[in-house]
Each structure stands twice: as structure tokens, then as C-alpha cells.
Design a protein around this ligand. Structure first.
Ligand SMILES: Cc1cc2nc3c(=O)[nH]c(=O)nc-3n(C[C@H](O)[C@H](O)[C@H](O)COP(=O)(O)OP(=O)(O)OC[C@H]3O[C@@H](n4cnc5c(N)ncnc54)[C@H](O)[C@@H]3O)c2cc1C
Length: 408
């Protein structure tokens, strides 16, 4: 696709319209007013975190969660600065928020370590998994189960879903409907404002039991408690969740000896002739902040809405990224093929931030690339120890990093 330079309008309403017009194949709702992208909004949310209230209420649908994930995912604020801020704000015994930030890093370190292997089953399933496709009644939010339809419709309208709702929805799809976890994970990823290959794929695998010791499932009592009964009150549906855990365990799960399903990535060969000696800073979707170290450089900077990465993403996600880019006027924004653009610009040298995203690394494999480190959240020594240890469960990871993440 031939690269085209685009203008990101300063006015938000114009911006929302412009992105919709530029990307007619990206469907879904417009980005809502309460989800403005960018560092300014990310910092505002960070300054509002309440670690003590988070500790007690995070599992409830109306709990005091941070709504920071899209800002962390796009690098509007770094995980390092979120952790430093939370360290200052939380008191001993209220460490849950720091612990959850660590989960984000944990999945990311697994991604660095395992690469594209995260898209295969990390371990053999502990129970029989079916491989059905996603029923339309689910994707259309029309299952007639008010709770499930509410979760799907919230996701479609806002691009956000509370962690507990993600757990219930994924468990329902995998263990009740027998949907292939990978199909469902991709479906959810493409609708999320915070869609992240590691956090998403590995969380789905944790629910499925291919990256954990058992499958995750729930019952109506659990759902009712953490939704404040708002979705169960007056529900007329025949509830598939209204059973004891023992009864559900017996009806949902069968033993299996199936091995882990392994899939290989399907990358096209790179056709790129080293076009020249010019250098450019490539801003990816993980570094959308004017406070980023590379933004301070006096050098040409680009961001590319390249369909190789974004072709399935929802419209509101692209609008969120456009909000972020509106705060970064020094970055030229393009649509189209990244390599074709580098050729047009005569750039054989690219500088960007380190990433576990193998698709991006593959794309840049014929360029000379300098990857700068992501902002660190623990010492180099700890990082080396982690990497030397390789794949591990979260509890082991926490033994390595917990002390440094909790320090205050
Ligand atoms: C099936 C499933 C799919 C998921 N897909 C994604 C995804 O694509 N992108 C994504 O960022 N998160 C994903 N998560 C993790 C989690 O649901 C979201 O990070 C969280 O709900 C975001 O909302 P928040 O910022 O209000 O979270 P808060 O509860 O306020 O947590 C603060 C931050 O901690 C991190 N965090 C919290 N819980 C988790 C977790 N379980 N795993 C990893 N990080 C966590 C996030 O960065 C989050 O922004 C998924 C979880 C499940 C069960």
C-alpha cells in the first residue's frame, strides 16, 4: 500500500471524523469522550489512583480500578513511572496495585523470552479443549444471557472491559461454549483499546489451562457478588452458571492427554533494498508520548498506520492512537507500508524502542536498527537473573522482582 502522509487535526471532534473517513474498513463505535487518548489524560488518571481503595474493591465491577491500561499499552505513560508513582502513594499492606502492574510486566517478559511461541499453547491443556468457532450470537451480543451480552456490548461500545468481566467472558466462551481460545482471544484483542499480544494471549491461555495448572471457571454466586447483583437481578434466562463449583467441575471438564497445539507464524519474506544512509526515528504504538526519550532528539520522526499491524483493529483504537499523536506534533504521521515509506525517505537506519513484537522486528530485519531499552522497573542485575531463569510461573517471577517493585 503506497504511503500517504496524513494530518492529525488539532480539534478532537475533527480528529475523530478524520480517522473514521481515512479508515473506512475499520468498524465499530467512535472513541468515547471518556476515553481521550494521550499522555495528558494518562497522567490525570495516574494522579487519581487510590491504592487503598483499589486493594479492597478491584474485583468488583464498580470497584476503584485505574482505567490506565490503554495508556500503559501505548506508552503514553511508562510502567516504570506508574510503579514509581504508586510506590509513593501506597502504604504497606496496600500492595495489590503494584502487584497488578507487575502482572503486566510478567506477561511482557514471557513475550520477550518466548517470542511468537506465546501464540502457540505454552503447555499441554489440563482439560479437554474444544475448537469451535465464535458463534455470531456472541459477537453480536445476543446470547440472551444478560450478563454475557452486557460484557460483549460494553466491549463493543467502549473498547474496555473490567478484568473480572474479561475472566468471566473468556471462561464462558472456552469452557461452556467450547470456542477455540485463540479465535476468541483474537476477537477480543481487536476490540480492546488496550489490546496487547502478551497480556491478552497469555491471559486467555491461563483461563484455558494451557498456561496454568487448572482451568479458570466461575459460578453465578461469584458473578452476582462482584457485579453487585445488578446483572442477575430480574434475569429470566436459564442460568448456566447457577450450580456449585463441584457440579460445574463435573459437567464442564473431561480429562485429556492432548499435547500443546503449536502453530508457526506466517511472515512474508521481506523485500527491502537498503535505500540510503538517512536515519529516522520510528515511533511504534508502544511509545506514543511526547515525554519519550526519542521524542527529545532533533531528528526526523515518523509513525505509520501500517495495515500489517492494524488491519483488524477497531476504529476507536485508531482514534485513540490519533489522540496520542496529536500531542506529538514533531512526529510525521503516515498510512501505508512502512518499508515502502523508508525507501521513499531514503532511510536505511532506524531507531526505535526495544520490543518483543517479532512481527515488527521481522519487518525491520533488513534495515540497520538501533533499539533503545524500555524504561527499567528493576535493576539490570535482576533483569539478567530473570532472563537467565527463562520461563516461570508468576510466583517465581515475583520472588525475583517483588522486593524492588514494592520498595518505597
Ligand atoms: C481474558 C483476558 C484478556 C486480557 N487482555 C488484556 C489486554 O489485551 N491488554 C491488557 O493490558 N490487559 C489485558 N488483560 C488484563 C487486565 O484485564 C487488564 O489489564 C485490566 O482489566 C485493565 O484495566 P485497568 O487499567 O482498569 O486495570 P487495573 O485493575 O486498574 O490495573 C492497573 C494496571 O495493572 C495491569 N494489570 C491489571 N491486571 C492485570 C492482569 N491480570 N494482567 C496483566 N496486567 C494487569 C494493567 O496494566 C492495568 O492497567 C486481560 C485479562 C484477561 C482475563
Amino acid at each position: 500500500m503506497t504511503p500517504i502522509k496524513i494530518n492529525i487535526p488539532v480539534s478532537r471532534s475533527e480528529r475523530i471524523k478524520e480517522i473514521k473517513a481515512l479508515f473506512p474498513h475499520h468498524t465499530g463505535a467512535n472513541l468515547r469522550e471518556d476515553w481521550v487518548g494521550g499522555r495528558t489524560e494518562g497522567l490525570k488518571r495516574l494522579s487519581n489512583i487510590k491504592p487503598e481503595r483499589y486493594e479492597k474493591s478491584r474485583n468488583y465491577l464498580n470497584g476503584e480500578v485505574t482505567y490506565l491500561s490503554p495508556y500503559l499499552r501505548h506508552g503514553c505513560i511508562s510502567l516504570a513511572e506508574a510503579i514509581t508513582f504508586a510506590q509513593e502513594k501506597s502504604t504497606r499492606g496496600n500492595d495489590k496495585l503494584l502487584f497488578e502492574f507487575a502482572w503486566r510486566d510478567y506477561w511482557r517478559q514471557i513475550w520477550y523470552h518466548a517470542g511468537d511461541r506465546i501464540h502457540s499453547e505454552m503447555e499441554a491443556p489440563k482439560v479437554e479443549l474444544k475448537r469451535n468457532s465464535l458463534p455470531r450470537i456472541v459477537s453480536e451480543g445476543n446470547t440472551k444471557l444478560p450478563c454475557i451480552d452486557h460484557f460483549v456490548n460494553t466491549l463493543r461500545e467502549t473498547g474496555y472491559l473490567h478484568n473480572h468481566a474479561r475472566m468471566w467472558l473468556s471462561s464462558y466462551l472456552i469452557h461452556w461454549l467450547g470456542v477455540d481460545w485463540k479465535i476468541a482471544a483474537n476477537w477480543m484483542h481487536d476490540m480492546l483499546l488496550d489490546g496487547d499480544q502478551a497480556s491478552n494471549t497469555l491471559s486467555w491461555q491461563w483461563v484455558a489451562s494451557t498456561f496454568g495448572s487448572k482451568p479458570y471457571f466461575f459460578n453465578q454466586e461469584n458473578l452476582s457478588k462482584y457485579t453487585g447483583n445488578q446483572l442477575c437481578n430480574g434475569c429470566q434466562a436459564v442460568c448456566p452458571f447457577k450450580k456449585s463449583y463441584e457440579a460445574l467441575d463435573a459437567s464442564l471438564f473431561r480429562p485429556t492427554t492432548a499435547p500443546a497445539r503449536i502453530t508457526s507464524p506466517d511472515y512474508s519474506p521481506i523485500n527491502f533494498k537498503h535505500p540510503g544512509n538517512a536515519s529516522v526515528i520510528l515511533f511504534t504504538d508502544e511509545m506514543l508520548s511526547p515525554a519519550h526519550a526519542l521524542y527529545q532528539r532533533n531528528q526526523k520522526k515518523i509513525f505509520v498506520f501500517d495495515p500489517i499491524h492494524y488491519k483488524n483493529w477497531s476504529l476507536n483504537r485508531l482514534q485513540f492512537m490519533a489522540d496520542c499523536l496529536a500531542e506529538m506534533p514533531e512526529v510525521e504521521v503516515w498510512t501505508g507500508d512502512t518499508l515502502a515509506l523508508l525507501e521513499i525517505l531514503g532511510c536505511g537506519h532506524v531507531e526505535t524502542q526495544s520490543t518483543p513484537n517479532s512481527m515488527l522486528r521481522h519487518l525491520l530485519s533488513k534495515c540497520s536498527v538501533t533499539y533503545i531499552e524500555e524504561p527499567a522497573i528493576y535493576s539490570d542485575v535482576t533483569k539478567e537473573k530473570l532472563h537467565a531463569r527463562g520461563l516461570m510461573r508468576f510466583s517465581k517471577y515475583w520472588n525475583f522482582v517483588g522486593e524492588e517493585i514494592l520498595k518505597r
